[in-house]
Design a protein around this ligand. Structure first.
Ligand code: GLA
Ligand code: CA
Length: 777
C-alpha cells in the first residue's frame, strides 16, 4: 500500500472515532474506592445496559449500542458465550458474528465502557448456560467443579478470550472496566476453592489490570465470596432495594454497591404465559438506586433473539426457552424503542455523568411485511435418512458425536402381545414413536411422559423413535443434560420387562449444510416429519416477523441462517427475521416441521405475536375434580410467618418421616385473598436443605397462569424473583403439596416470600402436614 493511501485511511479511521475514544485511548484507570467506583480518580456510578452480541446480528451491533447510549447508559455489560466460540474442542471462532473484540470496540467508539462476564458458565437462558455440549462426552464430568477436565477446558477457553479481550482493558487503552468470575455460583454450590481456581484462570488469561467481581443473590453471596473480589448483587424489578443490599453492607460497609443484574422483564418458556414486568415499577427501582448512588446493569436492556438452537431450558420440570428473548426489555426484540425505553431515558436524563449529554436516538431500522406465500417443496424426513450408526444399546446423542437437532432410533420388535407398554428413559426432549411407519404417540419431557401402549404385533415390526433435542438445561445441576434417549428403551408386559437392543441410529443436525442437502420435490404437506423449502420475494429488505402459526414444531432457516424454533403451543407464534439477513429479490426459506403443518404457508408481519398460547392450557398442578382432603389429617405444626421480606425458618420439635409436605396457608398479612411464595426448602434431620432435584408439585389448589406465569413449581425453581401465586378469585385457605420423591425425615422448612416490599400474597398463619403416604384428593 502506498504511503499516502495508508495515512488517508488512518485519517478516515480517526475521524470516525468520537472524541471520547481518543481520550480513552490515552489510557484510563478504573478502581474500587470507598463506597464508590472510581474512574480516572473521580467517583463513578455504573449505568450498564446488558445486551448480548450473540443475540443481535453483527450488522446491528452498533445500532443497539447507540440505542443504549441514547438511553443514558455509560456502560455495556456482556457475557462471553463459550459454546458459540468453541463449537468443536480446540477450534476457536472469533470471526464475524463471533467477533466479541469488535463488539467491544464498537462500544468504545461510542464512549461506552464494558463489563465483561466470561463465565465459563453464564446461565442466560442459553444452551447449557454457555458450556459446550461436548464436555458431556466425558461420562462422569462434573461441570462447574474442580473436575480436572472441566478446569483444563475452561483454562484453554479463557486464554483465548484473554487473547481477544485482555488488550482492551481500560488501563491498556481499551474500555473494559471490570471482569466477572463465574456467575451466581451461590445458587449452584458452595466451593470457594473452585471459585478461586476460576479467578486465577481469569487473571492468568490476562485480566489482571481491572477489578474482578462476583455476582450473586443477597441470600447466597457469602457462600463463595472471596476476600479479594468485589461482590455485587442480582435482583429484579419490584425488589426491595434496601433489603437486597442489607447483608452486603453489613459484611462490607465500605464496598461500592452494584446491582449487577436488575431484571427489566423476564424470559419466556414454551407452553407458558408470556412474561412482562411493569415499566413504572422498574423505573422506580432504578431511581431508588440512582438516588443512593448504587450502580446497576439493566438485564436485559435489549434481549434480542436466541437464534438457531441456542436457547436453554430450566429444570426440574424441564421447560425449554422460546427463541424470542424480547424479555419485555426497554429496547424490544427488533431493536425498537418501547414505552419502557422512553421512561428509562427520561429518568436517566436526570442523572447524567459530568459532561455527559443524552445522545440522540439513532434512526429506527425499517420494518416490512411479506404477503402470505406457500411452501411448495417437500423432503419427508423418513425418505432422507443419513447414514446410520449401529449401536447395540441405547445411547444419548453425544455418544454419536451429535450436539444438537433430532435423532432417530430404529429397531425391530419381537412378537408383542396386547397390553405391552413401551417405556423410554429418558426422553430428551420430545419424541414421536412410530410402528411400521404409523405414529403411535408423542412424549413430552415437560410432562414427564415416557410410555406408549403398543398394540399386539407379530415379530418383526419396525419401531422408530424420533427424538428432538430442545435446549440443554442452563440452570442448576440438571445442566448435565444429555440428549436423545439417555438410558433405555424397554418393553413391559404384566410378567416381563425386556431391554430393546440393536439400534440403527440416524443423526439430524441443525447446520444448514446438512439441512439444505435433502431431496426436495414439489408436493403437498404431510402429517409427519419433513423438511420444506421455497423462495419468497422481498422488494426492500427490512425486518419482519415470520408468522409460523399454521406450523407444528421445528426450526426455520432463511438464506442459510437458522433464525429459531417454532412450536404451535406458543406463546411465541412469530420468528424475528432481521432485515440484514434478507436480500432484495429471492430469499430461500427451509422449514423442518417434525409434526407437520396445518397449512404450509408463511406471512411476514410487522408486529410479533409473543403472547398466544394455543392448543393447551398452561400446565398446572391440580387435576380436574381434585380437592385436597385434610379433614382426617393432623397438622404437625401450626404457626405464623412474620411480615416482611427475606427468608424465614421453621423447625419442628423433632424430625418427622415424610415424603409429602403440605403447607396450608390460612390467611394473608394484608387480609386479602391471594397467597404467594417465592421459594421453599425442606430441612433434613441435621437441619440442612434437602435436594429438590426430584421434587414434584402434587397439588396446588390454585395457580395464576393467565395474568402471569405463577405456577406452584416456582417455589423450587431456585429463582428468588419468581413465585407461586394463587388466582384472583380463589379465597383462603390455600394449599401446596410437594412430593419430594424421597423417603426422608424432615425437621423443618425455609420459606421465602415474594421479594417486593408490601407485595400481595404474603402468608400469615399456616398449618403444616407431612406424610409418607400420598394425601387424598
Ligand atoms: C440470572 C443469571 C442470568 C439470567 C437471569 C434470568 O441472574 O445470572 O444469566 O439467567 O438470571 O434471566
Ligand atoms: Ca422461585
Amino acid at each position: 500500500m502506498k504511503h499516502w493511501m495508508k495515512s488517508t485511511l488512518l485519517c478516515m479511521a480517526l475521524a470516525s472515532l468520537a472524541p471520547s475514544v481518543m481520550a480513552q485511548q490515552q489510557k484510563e484507570t478504573f478502581d474500587i474506592g470507598d463506597k464508590t467506583f472510581v474512574l480516572n480518580g473521580k467517583p463513578m456510578v455504573i449505568k450498564a445496559a446488558e445486551i448480548h452480541y450473540t443475540r443481535i446480528p453483527a450488522e446491528y451491533w452498533e445500532h443497539r449500542i447507540q440505542m443504549c447510549k441514547a438511553l443514558g447508559m455509560n456502560t455495556i455489560c456482556i457475557y462471553a458465550f463459550w459454546n458459540i466460540h468453541e463449537q468443536e474442542p480446540g477450534k476457536f471462532d472469533f470471526k464475524g458474528q463471533n467477533d466479541i473484540a469488535q463488539f467491544c470496540k464498537l462500544a468504545q467508539k461510542h464512549g461506552m465502557y464494558i463489563m465483561l462476564r466470561p463465565g465459563p458458565y453464564v446461565c442466560s437462558e442459553w444452551e447449557m448456560g454457555g458450556l459446550p455440549w461436548w464436555l458431556l462426552k466425558k461420562k462422569d464430568i462434573e461441570v462447574r467443579t474442580n473436575d480436572p477436565y472441566f478446569v483444563e477446558r475452561t483454562r484453554l477457553f479463557m486464554n483465548e478470550i484473554g487473547k481477544e479481550l485482555a488488550p482492551l482493558q481500560i488501563t491498556k487503552g481499551g474500555n473494559i472496566i471490570m471482569v466477572q468470575v463465574e456467575n451466581e455460583y451461590g445458587a449452584y454450590a458452595t466451593d470457594k476453592e473452585y471459585i478461586a481456581n476460576i479467578r486465577d484462570i481469569v487473571r492468568n488469561a490476562g485480566f489482571n489490570d481491572v477489578p474482578l467481581f462476583q455476582c450473586d443473590w443477597s441470600s447466597t453471596f457469602q457462600r463463595n465470596g472471596l476476600d479479594d473480589l468485589l461482590w455485587t448483587i442480582n435482583f429484579g424489578t419490584g425488589a426491595n432495594i434496601e433489603q437486597q443490599f442489607k447483608s452486603l453492607q453489613e459484611a462490607r460497609p465500605n464496598t461500592p454497591l452494584m446491582c449487577s443484574e436488575f431484571w427489566s422483564g423476564w424470559f419466556d418458556h414454551w407452553g407458558r404465559k408470556h412474561e412482562t414486568r411493569d415499566a413504572g415499577v422498574m423505573v422506580s427501582g432504578l431511581k431508588d438506586m440512582l438516588d443512593r448512588n448504587i450502580s446497576f446493569s439493566l438485564y436485559m436492556t435489549h434481549g434480542g433473539t436466541t437464534f438457531g438452537h441456542w436457547g436453554g431450558a430450566n429444570s426440574p420440570r424441564y421447560s425449554a426457552m422460546c427463541s424470542s428473548y424480547d424479555y419485555d426489555a426497554p429496547i424490544n426484540e427488533a431493536g425498537q424503542t418501547t414505552p419502557k425505553y422512553f421512561k428509562v431515558r427520561e429518568l436517566l436524563g436526570g442523572y447524567l455523568d459530568e459532561g455527559q449529554q443524552l445522545a440522540d436516538i439513532p434512526a429506527q431500522i425499517p420494518v416490512i411485511t411479506i404477503p402470505t406465500f406457500e411452501v411448495t417443496e417437500i423432503a419427508p424426513l423418513f425418505e432422507n435418512l443419513p447414514k446410520a450408526h449401529q449401536s447395540e444399546t441405547i445411547k444419548p446423542m453425544e455418544d454419536f458425536n451429535q450436539g444438537w437437532g433430532s435423532i432417530l432410533y430404529s429397531t425391530t420388535l419381537p412378537n408383542v402381545q396386547e397390553g405391552t407398554t413401551l417405556i423410554i428413559n429418558e426422553v430428551h426432549d420430545w419424541a414421536q414413536v412410530f410402528v411400521n411407519g404409523k405414529l403411535l404417540g408423542r412424549l413430552d419431557r415437560r410432562r414427564e411422559e415416557n410410555t406408549v401402549k403398543l398394540p399386539a404385533l407379530p415379530q418383526g415390526a419396525k419401531l422408530d423413535i424420533l427424538v428432538e433435542a430442545m435446549g440443554r438445561v442452563n440452570f442448576d445441576r440438571a445442566i448435565h443434560d444429555r440428549k436423545g434417549i439417555t438410558e433405555s428403551v424397554k418393553l413391559a408386559s404384566e410378567t416381563t420387562t425386556t431391554d430393546l437392543k440393536n439400534w440403527q441410529v440416524y443423526s439430524f443436525p441443525v447446520n444448514y449444510e446438512f439441512v439444505k442437502d435433502k431431496k426436495f420435490r414439489k408436493g403437498k404437506k404431510i402429517d409427519g416429519p419433513a423438511y420444506y423449502k421455497t423462495t419468497f420475494n422481498v422488494d426492500k429488505p427490512g425486518y419482519v416477523f415470520l408468522d409460523m402459526e399454521s406450523w407444528g414444531k421445528g426450526m426455520v432457516w432463511v438464506n442459510g441462517k437458522s433464525i429459531g424454533r417454532f412450536w404451535e403451543i406458543g406463546p411465541q407464534q412469530t420468528l424475528f427475521m432481521p432485515g440484514c439477513w434478507l436480500k432484495k429479490g429471492k430469499n430461500e426459506i427451509i422449514v423442518l416441521d417434525l409434526k407437520g403443518p396445518e397449512q404450509a404457508t408463511i406471512a411476514g408481519l410487522d408486529q410479533p405475536i409473543l403472547d398466544q398460547l394455543r392448543q393447551e392450557a398452561p400446565l398446572t398442578n391440580r387435576k380436574d375434580g381434585e380437592t385436597l382432603q385434610l379433614s382426617g389429617e393432623q397438622p404437625v405444626y401450626t404457626g405464623s410467618f412474620a411480615a416482611g421480606n427475606g427468608w424465614q425458618e421453621v423447625r419442628f420439635d423433632q424430625p418427622i418421616p415424610a415424603r409429602y409436605f403440605c403447607l396450608e396457608a390460612l390467611n394473608a398479612q394484608d387480609g386479602k385473598d391471594r397467597a404467594a411464595m417465592a421459594e421453599l426448602y425442606l430441612l433434613d434431620e441435621q437441619g440442612k436443605p434437602l435436594s429438590r432435584q426430584n421434587w414434584k408439585i402434587s397439588y396446588a389448589n390454585s395457580e395464576e397462569t393467565y395474568g402471569g406465569n405463577f405456577t406452584a413449581d416456582k417455589v423450587f425453581d431456585l429463582q428468588e424473583s419468581t413465585y407461586w401465586q394463587t388466582g384472583g378469585k380463589e379465597k383462603y385457605p390455600h394449599q401446596i403439596v410437594v412430593d419430594t420423591n424421597a423417603d426422608t425425615k424432615i425437621s423443618g422448612f425455609r420459606y421465602l416470600p415474594r421479594a417486593e416490599a408490601g407485595a400481595p400474597g404474603m402468608i400469615k398463619d399456616f398449618r403444616i402436614f407431612v406424610k409418607s403416604a400420598p394425601f387424598q384428593y
